[in-house]
Ligand binder design. Structure first.
Ligand code: ZN
Length: 532
């Protein structure tokens, strides 16, 4: 790949300065935050090594190459955390590198899946659990047999430094739950036992909200066993946390008024998993490569989930950056510059929050032909896209309901629908292989068919405010009724018709070809903290 091509690819990622307001943080918390950022930087090095054994030597070569090609390759490497373009099925962009190893550097490079699997089968039960666990690598010994190495040993030097920094941060903070998490996570890095620190992370209630350690298993494409190191160092957003509490108080009322047959409603909603709204200060490792995550659900350890549930963390300033750099330019292409006055981040973010909450509402446990079952079991492969479409459109319905109830400000009404249309377009851009994108196509095509979204002679889109309100109610009813009745054939028919990219939608996507694919972060606030 030549320098110009690579530079063009890199330019599809809009550079965003991450500069959350830290002025309200007490001095001790700020000092703890600075230590956490230092610890987080270590996760970058460990992650690079986890992706590929050749990553670190290659990085040294790239840093030493001052040519235009060399600069572009280094830039691409840092963006993708390796010499393969993640958004293009890992196409290599540095000459001479091998294909990306599917097992990363978690397994010996010369061991294939079959050999590893067969070897795991020979282990006693406890050994098998360790081998399939999150926190070990598989290594070849001099006599060619395989063996397990705990992360605490494999990454000993780095984890010892990170552990010491977490302890320093623990001494600086005044927040008891943060102190507890940091001390327990510092222990975990050395003992390889993460359980207590995962529980402490669920109990975090502090202005500084760190997520640091081995978490997601996607980088292990062989088995999805091994956790990759990452860090999200963030601060709590108090205003949105407040809003979330308000929305949470009205959830039973929302459920009681769902536009479906009353017998499909849930008279008593269970406890919801906690949601935290934070602003990101620094991200590293698996949390800062290729496409930028704007929300995550953790932990993945099922023992912790069974006992404490899981927590959803939403990165508000990243959502805001994507709203400004991607969603608004897309909306301008579809609806014209004039429509930007009725697109708002507040409507966008409130609808994202409502989307998350709506996953807990509506039909889940259902009865089909006298048989107790679940929507997930009945819908099988169609479940994810259906559930995402449901959460989107019923979320908009719920916002209108809460506006009508006086629980949310009336001004939301004037921006939420156009913002919703832009949100659907953005999701379709991800490609229809993705559940959110398929769900968005279903919604957008339905709104176009019902003339709730209209296309003028000049190709500009607009919403019909009256019709869109009615169609959002109607589509909520349709999707939730399909769920309640376990009607997979009905969903299949609906998706065949609507989960497609129609020519009029493609036209807008083509007009918007220059809109960034994603964002790249510059950690301005973190750099300023480090320089103090
Ligand atoms: Zn969702």
């Amino acid at each position: 790949m030549d320098a110009a091509t690579l530079e063009k690819k890199i330019a599809q990622f809009a550079v965003v300065d991450l500069n959350p307001d830290l002025s309200a943080l007490p001095a001790g918390e700020k000092a703890a935050l600075a230590k956490l950022i230092e610890a987080a930087k270590i996760m970058d090095a460990v992650f690079l090594r986890q992706v590929w054994a050749g990553n670190e030597p290659l990085l040294l070569d790239l840093v030493a190459d001052p040519s235009r090609e060399g600069r572009a390759r280094l830039d691409g490497f840092l963006l993708n955390k390796g010499p393969w373009w993640r958004l293009e099925h890992y196409a290599p962009f540095v000459p001479g590198v091998p294909a990306k190893p599917p097992g990363g550097n978690f397994y010996p490079e010369d061991a294939d899946k079959k050999e590893i699997e067969a070897w795991i089968g020979t282990l006693p039960a406890a050994g098998q659990a360790e081998a399939r666990g999150f926190y070990t690598t598989v290594r070849r010994q001099p006599d060619r047999t395989l063996t397990l190495v705990p992360y605490s040993l494999e990454y000993q030097g780095d984890l010892a430094r990170a552990s010491a920094l977490l302890r320093e941060a623990a001494r600086l903070t005044q927040a008891p739950t943060l102190k507890a998490f940091l001390e327990k996570r510092a222990d975990a890095f050395l003992t390889n036992d993460y359980y207590a620190s995962e529980v402490a992370w669920m109990e975090l209630d502090a202005a500084v909200e760190p997520t640091i350690g081995p978490y997601e298993v996607y980088e292990d494409e062989h088995f999805n066993y091994k956790a990759a190191f990452e860090a999200f160092i963030a601060v709590r957003d108090d205003r949105e946390t407040q809003k979330l509490a308000t929305l949470g108080r009205h959830l039973q009322d929302v459920e009681d008024h769902l536009p479906i047959d009353p017998r499909y409603r849930n008279p008593k909603l269970g406890a919801l998993s906690p949601i935290r709204v934070v602003n990101l200060v620094f991200a590293s490792g698996d949390a800062n490569r290729g496409v930028q995550t704007i929300a995550f659900n953790l932990p993945n350890d099922e023992r912790v989930v069974a006992e404490k549930g899981a927590k959803r963390v939403m990165l508000k300033n990243l959502q805001e950056a994507k709203f400004e750099r991607i969603l608004k330019p897309l909306a301008a292409q579809a609806m014209g510059e004039a429509a930007l006055g009725s697109i708002s981040f507040d409507a966008f973010f409130t609808s994202v929050l409502m989307h998350e909450l709506m996953h807990g509402l509506g039909p889940h446990n259902i009865t089909v032909g006298g048989r107790a079952t679940t929507v997930r079991a009945e819908m099988k492969d169609l479940y994810s896209a259906l559930e995402e479409a449901k959460a989107d459109v019923s979320g908009i319905w719920a916002l209108q309901h809460l506006v009508d109830r006086g629980a949310l400000d009336r001004s939301l009404e004037s921006t939420m629908y156009r913002t919703f249309v832009a949100t659907c377009l953005r999701a379709i851009r991800w490609g229809l292989a993705e559940a959110h994108a398929r769900g968005a196509a279903v919604q957008l095509n339905r709104l176009l068919d019902r003339k709730a979204v209209v296309i003028g002679a000049d190709g500009r889109w607009d919403v019909d405010p009256k019709r869109i309100k009615a169609e959002v109610v109607d589509l909520t009813r349709v999707l939730m009724t399909l769920q309640a009745t376990g009607d997979r054939a009905g969903v299949d028919a609906l998706f065949r018709e609507l989960a497609v990219v129609r020519p009029e939608v493609q036209k807008v996507l083509d007009r918007a070809a220059a809109v960034p694919v994603d964002i790249r972060l510059r950690f301005t606030a973190a750099d300023a903290l480090a320089a103090r």
